[in-house]
Write a protein that binds this ligand. Sequence first.
Ligand code: HEC
Ligand code: HEC
Ligand code: HEC
Ligand code: HEC
Ligand code: HEC
Ligand code: HEC
Ligand code: HEC
Ligand code: HEC
Length: 478
Amino acid sequence: MNTSRKTFLSKHATAFALLGVFVVTFGMIGAECPLGPTMPTPTGDSGLTGRFVGSERCAECHSNVHDNWLSTLHAGALETLEAIGQGENDTCLACHTVGFGEEGGFVDRATTNSLAGVGCEACHGPSGDHASNVNDESLRPPTSIAANICGDCHTGERHPNFEEWEMSAHAAKSISDRFEEGGFYLNACGKCHSGDFYYMAILEGQTVENDALMGVAVADQNGITCAVCHDPHARTGNFAVEPEDGRDYQLRFPEVASPIPTNTIDATTNPDRFNICGQCHHGRGRTWEATSRGPHNSVQSNMYVGEMALPDADENRSPLVPSTFSVHALATEQCASCHMFRQDFQDEFAPAIAGHSMEVNNGGCAASGCHPTIESAVAAQATLQTEIQDRLDDIETRLNGFAMTFTEGGALSGAAAWEYSATGGPSEADQSEIPDNIKKIRFFLKYVQADGSLGVHNPDYTRRILDEAEDLLDDESL
Ligand code: HEC
Ligand code: HEC
Ligand code: HEC
Ligand code: HEC
Ligand code: HEC
Ligand code: HEC
Ligand code: HEC
Ligand code: HEC
């Protein structure tokens, strides 16, 4: 049976290929393809048990979601198998249809055609009871943003999105023990640190109580899961470059944004200015005047744009450091070029895979054509990072030379004299004794440290920040 399908396929390979060209040509002149797709289209639903009912049924009431979903690759996942003669291969169907191998799930085109493709119930579970009793709230299908829902299929060596994501800091939830305890942290930190808060507040537009996750074990909470970055239902057109083969990565926010640098707190903390990563990887409005804490670890987008927030009260808006465009702002897919390097398409069963561990892959530096080889990019990165690290160390040493004689009874020396109060420096009250120049220098130091790339995000801006810090240290004779 398998052999004869193979023989059939190879005998007809040329014809299929020609047909492909024909379809493409027709597509280009905007006409409907008169022959239809290259796969068989037997249809029939005699095998439906009512447990799974199929996406068409959902369309009766959820027509918007259904229309959007129809344009995604999920809708045509069985056609993808059929186009390569694998439409009846049992080892493939569980991930390319709804409920294959489960009670009432997909069997074949002839008896369960409505369950072809990655339909609504592939993610929401069997929803027949809901469709027949829509007013019964206890039967409403779950709308979980848990990563394992996508991860059940986006897994394995051909498409290890889930495994890579699990390794990433986006899966780890460094502060969610605070969400479990309740308190103000959920609202203050959740929009960037909790997928659950993100879903409730930002996607569903709800007012979220501070204790909404109280008692929910950390292990049951969602971090930055797939559905935080990806729209599960729609083709969004937010990919940076026209993706190959008419794909769409269903990104909720554009992969590329090029904001004009600015220095107000409002703008530097406004996610709407930034790309998908900058929704969270932007500053939280701390300025050099801050006394208790320095910049949050999330300033990457501001650094990339070459900007820094000034105190709101600062009437003279000329920036402390001239705003400086990054040579890396032109990377084709911006943050994703380096942090989500996409390996090429490997064979007909293996799509191009984007790195979801977020670890820097220097393959992106060479693939972009900007660095001649991966090795030269690695070397350039190491040289730059060493230069920046040396200057940071030197600034810290010079700052340590500053010791206050007028606070805490003159007992402070070294870093304890110039640090933020939350980092072991003078108490909040005594922070006002620290001269402005020293506050500016420590802010510059912490800004570059918080960015975490040691200059790579914006080499020239980083250098200018450090120049400024060194000039001030000279002024202070340190
Ligand atoms: C006869 C109308 C009808 C049909 C058919 C129907 N639904 Fe619903 N569905 C509703 C109504 C009404 C609600 C509740 C209002 C709302 O949340 O939009 C709802 C809610 C939902 C929710 C959201 C629950 C929530 O907490 O927000 C999901 C998910 C859902 N339906 C999925 C499906 C799926 C999948 C199908 C097809 C298998 C389907 N529905 C078929 C009417 C329908
Ligand atoms: C039942 C299995 C299954 C589930 C569950 C599933 N997917 Fe998919 N997904 C697929 C298959 C199969 C394809 C490829 C479809 C094709 O090319 O015909 C795909 C394609 C995609 C693509 C397009 C990839 C490209 O190369 O253009 C994205 C993005 C995607 N899925 C994201 C998600 C997200 C996010 C979730 C969870 C909310 C999810 N998927 C859940 C099976 C699944
Ligand atoms: C790839 C997985 C996936 C598929 C396929 C999918 N959904 Fe969803 N759906 C989700 C996730 C995750 C959420 C919660 C996040 C969100 O609202 O974007 C959700 C939310 C919803 C909601 C509530 C919020 C809203 O957007 O209205 C409804 C209703 C819904 N889905 C219906 C459907 C219907 C109907 C289909 C099929 C036409 C479908 N879904 C297909 C994963 C999926
Ligand atoms: C604007 C989005 C945003 C907000 C709001 C936010 N954070 Fe963060 N935070 C981030 C990002 C992004 C990172 C990761 C940056 C990195 O590690 O380089 C981070 C990192 C951290 C880290 C370091 C984690 C580690 O393992 O190194 C801690 C701790 C932290 N945040 C605590 C908080 C707390 C507490 C709040 C609320 C009071 C908060 N954050 C609010 C975006 C935010
Ligand atoms: C922090 C945001 C973010 C999270 C979380 C995320 N993705 Fe992605 N994903 C992206 C971006 C950005 C791209 C496009 C990358 C590129 O330019 O190549 C992408 C690409 C993809 C693609 C298409 C390329 C490929 O690898 O085949 C799939 C499929 C996908 N993601 C699935 C998932 C799944 C499944 C999860 C959860 C396990 C997930 N993503 C979590 C941002 C995210
Ligand atoms: C919804 C918010 C959000 C979005 C969107 C987001 N991140 Fe993150 N990211 C975080 C948080 C929060 C952390 C820190 C998690 C922790 O340590 O607890 C983080 C951590 C990271 C880290 C690891 C930092 C470290 O110290 O190890 C990298 C790298 C990263 N993100 C890159 C990206 C890239 C690239 C994108 C866009 C494709 C992106 N992020 C999108 C919130 C987000
Ligand atoms: C030109 C390549 C490149 C681009 C573009 C880029 N990064 Fe980075 N990023 C790096 C390098 C290199 C590091 C340092 C990693 C190391 O040394 O291990 C880094 C570090 C980080 C870190 C800290 C990781 C850690 O372990 O502390 C985060 C978070 C981050 N980048 C997020 C982003 C975001 C968000 C963007 C887009 C605004 C972005 N990056 C754009 C190359 C890049
Ligand atoms: C574990 C679930 C799973 C199984 C089993 C599975 N696939 Fe897939 N398949 C996927 C997912 C997820 C994608 C989308 C990957 C992406 O775009 O990142 C996909 C995509 C594809 C694609 C599109 C590749 C491209 O470049 O767009 C083909 C072809 C394919 N699968 C064939 C098969 C065949 C043939 C089998 C059986 C031998 C099979 N798949 C078994 C989950 C699966």
